[in-house]
Every structure is written in structure tokens, then in C-alpha cells.
Write a protein that binds this ligand. Sequence first.
Ligand SMILES: [Zn+2]
Length: 313
Amino acid sequence: MTGIGIDIGGTNTKLLVADEKGNIVSVSRFPTEAEKGPENFIKRLAAAVAEIKNKCPEPPSAIGIGAAGDVDPEKGILRYAPNLKWHNVPLTKPVEDATGLHCVMENDANMAAWGAYVMELGRQPGCTALVLTMGTGIGSGIIINGALFHGATGTAGEAGHLTVERGGRLCNCGKRGCLEAYCGSVGIIRRASDVIPDQAEYIRKYNPGGIFDPYTLTKAYEAGDETAVKIWNDTGRYLGWGVADLILLFNPDYIVLTGGVSKARDKFLPSMLEVFKGQSISTPFEKVQIKASDNPELGSIGSALFGLEHLRG
Ligand SMILES: [Zn+2]
């Protein structure tokens, strides 16, 4: 069986067909154009689904949608999507009606968590895992005993908005001191901007032709720049404080890091593990294994796999 994973981005919507092992069969994209409204979007989505179906040797059996925002997975409603400026949009039912395929929707980090559970952790039965998506912001998904954990309203896993510094930096969510405000790429660059006034010179020195981003900071770290070393050490410490709380709460078998910022893990993991070593309740920290996934399609593949999972009930 194959499934379609759909990632509704602010600019483009991506469709990806994957088999049950997560192998990609086909990919396509179309402009999201959220301003034209959900009804118009669903029509174009149905056309894209029909097109990708025709390209596949075996017709896909289900659709999984991963959406950035607050999702009601039970009712299939996108309660709020900041990148689309949509509020309370029913999606799964209209998509099912328009495509004839079973459809399920989750927050995009939940879909990445499911993808990681199947592809990185081999779908271990009874496994508990926390998956952190480290991009512009920080998302997370929670797998408990081999099932995606939703909480009461489908919102569980907003680890990016755990408070790691009371009254600290302003987060994009409007609150202060969130993990995301320190360890998302935007947060890292804001911290770096405070201590690196001449960014053009910094780029010239460490990443010629590049931009002032976490990658330039990794190059600076590798060149021994003390400011960059401190920035990555601090990133690991803030992440450690947030993740340590999650480990105490969930006692997971695994933490899986994914997303662009996680590529710098060799720079920030040592200080994160230092935080773990300082914990007085040590057993969960001795048990937990830290893994990483550099699969850039983890979320979309996870959506396709979760659509199939949901179809089976
Ligand atoms: Zn926040």
C-alpha cells in the first residue's frame, strides 16, 4: 500500500507518495495561495491528488495532512494556521469528498514524530519517544507506547513553548522565555545578533557568500570562534533544560532530533548532556537514547504513513 503525505506550506503545498516503509514513490507541488480561501484550495488539492494518483503504479490508499498550527485531529479541523491565516477550517471531510480517499490531519510535528517512529525507531512496540523538530521554531510530537499522543484537544507536544527562562526573550507566540525563542533558528540568530555587531564581517570571515544563519555559526564554531562556541553551548543548555523536564515527565526510550538546527547537534549536544548529568533523578537520563534524523522529508513521509495507519484503524 502507498499513502499520500500533504504538507501545506505558506508558499507551496507539497504532495508526496510513500510506501509503507517510507520510500518515496512520487512528489509534486503547487502554490498554496491561501488568500484564495480553503474552498478554492481544496479544489486545486483534489486536482493535484488526481494527477499524482495517475503517475503512481499503484493508486494510493489514504491521505495524511500535516499542518503547521493548531489542529483538531478528531474532527479534522484546522483550528488555526498562522502561516495561512486560516481559522477553524474543516479539511479532512472536504478532502475525502473531493478525492475519494480516506484523509487524516495532524499538526506537522506530530506527523514528523510518526515518521521518526516508523523510520528511525523501526516501529518498536511499546516504545515511548519524543521527537523535536528544530527549524525556524521548535515543534514536537510524543509517541507513547507506540501511539501518537494527542492530549485532550490534539494540542499535546508544544515543547517549543515550554518556559526555559522566566521573563526571558520574547517568543513569536507572544510569551516570554520559550524554548523556541532560544533554540529555534530565529532564536539562535537573535541571540547571536546581540553579541556579533558586525555580521557582514563575520560572514566574510567564516562563511563567505553565506548569510548570518546557524550554518555560519557552525563554521565559526569549527574555526574556534569563542562567541560561536558560547552560542552553541548556550543552545545546548537551554535545550537541555527543556528536554530534561520532558524526560522527567515522560521517561522516554528515545529523544529524536530533526530539522535544520539539529544538523549542528555535535556543537550543542555536549552542553545538553551536561544538563542531563546534573539531574538528581538520574535513571531516566541513563536510559534515554538520543537519536537524530536528517531526512528532510520526515514530516511528509510521516503524514503518508500516518494516513495509512489511520485507514487500518
Ligand atoms: Zn512561545
